[in-house]
Design a protein around this ligand. Structure first.
Ligand SMILES: Cc1cc2nc3c(=O)[nH]c(=O)nc-3n(C[C@H](O)[C@H](O)[C@H](O)COP(=O)(O)OP(=O)(O)OC[C@H]3O[C@@H](n4cnc5c(N)ncnc54)[C@H](O)[C@@H]3O)c2cc1C
Length: 418
């Protein structure tokens, strides 16, 4: 069947059209009446999360809402809203989120369902900000979840790949608004990053740090300094004398301000400005979360793979993520260093490259990003997660008929032995 496609265009999502209900009641009816249903966020995932043999639903016409509770320092938001709009509303009211991903034109529900993250030694993934959720279950019923009421099951339901139902509302922890100044250092020698204490120096230099490299000899480091909590900064390399793009030689105009001038958190934490990634992507992506202690070995292994990576790699990005307690979070119970790859849109050439990357990183305990391309099968994907069988139980209890399944969810839940 020829259906709608994801942002990168590498996946046929199955259904030729999209239901776009204008009310939550209509959404509940669609869910109740469908045999299979899959919700789309901004369709920025690359893996088999979105395709379905049933109906595709978007929440983009549901009324947007951001309700701030100053007492509990939380904001309850419509799940289909994009971070761009949620962040702008919070900033206007004098509030902030602790972190954002490299772009904010993704939905809150889609990002939290997949363990999406930004960077920062002290910063957890975006889903760790979730304090409560309202879901629509298979019968169109409401399921309320709160970290206060059932902490354990709640931890299983936040990064849930869309397998537990349609998230209609999320309550996020917020804090007072803050400013961030972004600057960039170029010609950072990878030898020095790999040297003893090099990683700590780079990633401890600022509130949020991203290191871009093609794994040859040098890196470019983007430093996002929180004005009220400045880090020590970085001495490696030299300051960039003009704006840069993460992809070497690409147009930097969609990127956020790198001049070192402080600005609102939501205009500095993402790498690209709101509304600049367009409707169709010219790239594919993979990413692996590696336990922090194994990061130097991962660095060394990827540098050795540089000649193999070069023909298909636009750029690599290394970030840090603090561990959390969410069962399916790729940072579950471990502080992690993430190794991201922006590939050329040449899917036919990727299999041997992914195979080599995964042979190098899997023995180090790497967990693939749920939303990005991996060659790992279900048993290998599950192996990294101590609570994977608890998650399987939770899904079979909440969605016994598999109404919310998708190819990747089936793979993760399958009974096939390792
Ligand atoms: C240019 C680009 C930059 C990126 N940068 C980053 C980054 O910095 N960090 C990072 O970690 N990732 C990054 N990603 C990956 C991206 O964050 C994830 O793919 C994320 O899931 C995208 O959110 P979305 O709204 O597009 O979700 P979609 O891709 O539309 O959906 C993802 C999953 O969430 C489910 N879902 C969506 N809405 C709901 C709902 N209401 N209820 C239940 N389930 C739902 C879907 O069914 C699906 O399983 C990037 C991707 C691109 C294309």
């Amino acid at each position: 069947m020829t259906g709608l496609r994801n942002w990168a265009g590498n996946l046929d999502l199955g259904a030729p059209y999209l239901a776009r209900p204008e009310s939550v009641d209509k959404l509940r009816r669609i869910v109740a009446e469908s045999t299979r249903v899959r919700v789309l966020g901004a369709r920025h995932s690359f893996s088999g999360l979105l395709p379905t043999s049933g109906r595709l639903v978007s929440l983009d016409r549901l009324p947007p809402s951001v309700e701030i509770d100053a007492g509990s320092q939380t904001a309850t938001v419509s799940a289909g809203m994009r971070y761009t709009d949620v962040a702008a509303a919070l900033q206007r009211a004098g509030y902030a989120l602790a972190n954002l991903a490299s772009l904010s034109d993704i939905t809150v529900a889609g990002a939290c369902a997949t363990g999406t993250h930004g960077s920062g030694d002290t910063q957890q993934g975006l889903a760790a900000a979730v304090a409560g959720m309202q879901l629509i279950g298979p019968e169109g019923d409401f399921v309320e979840q709160s970290s206060e009421v059932d902490q354990d099951t709640f931890a299983g339901g936040v990064v849930a790949l869309g397998a537990l139902g349609v998230v209609s509302r999320l309550t996020l922890r917020i804090e007072p608004a803050y400013e961030v100044a972004q600057s960039v250092r170029i010609r950072v020698p990878l030898d020095e990053v790999q040297a003893a204490d090099g990683l700590a120096a780079v990633f401890g230099a600022a509130y949020s740090v991203s290191l871009f490299t093609t794994w040859a000899d040098e890196a470019v480091v983007w430093l996002k300094q929180r004005v009220d909590r400045p880090g020590p900064g970085l001495r490696l390399g030299v300051p960039a004398d003009r704006p840069t793009s993460p992809v070497p030689g690409a147009d930097p105009s969609p990127c956020t301000d790198q001049s070192g001038v402080p600005g609102p958190w939501n205009e500095r934490l993402p790498h690209v400005r709101a509304g600049t990634t367009g409707g169709v992507g010219g790239e594919l992506q993979s990413e692996y979360f590696v336990p922090r202690a194994a990061a130097p070995a991962a660095f060394a292994a990827l540098r050795e793979l540089c000649p193999l990576l070069a023909p298909v790699l636009q750029v690599g990005e290394v970030r840090t993520v603090r561990g959390d307690g969410l069962w399916l979070s790729p940072a579950f119970e471990q502080d992690s260093v993430t190794f991201h790859f922006t590939w050329t849109k040449d899917i036919g050439r990727l299999p041997p490259v992914l195979d080599a990357v995964e042979r190098a990183l899997a023995p180090l305990g790497a967990r693939p990003h749920w939303a990005k391309l991996t060659a790992m099968d279900g048993p290998r994907l599950r192996a990294g997660y101590r609570r994977a069988s608890d998650f399987r139980e939770l899904v079979s209890k909440r969605d016994p008929e598999g109404k919310f399944s998708s190819p990747l969810v089936d793979e993760v839940l399958s009974d096939e032995p390792s």
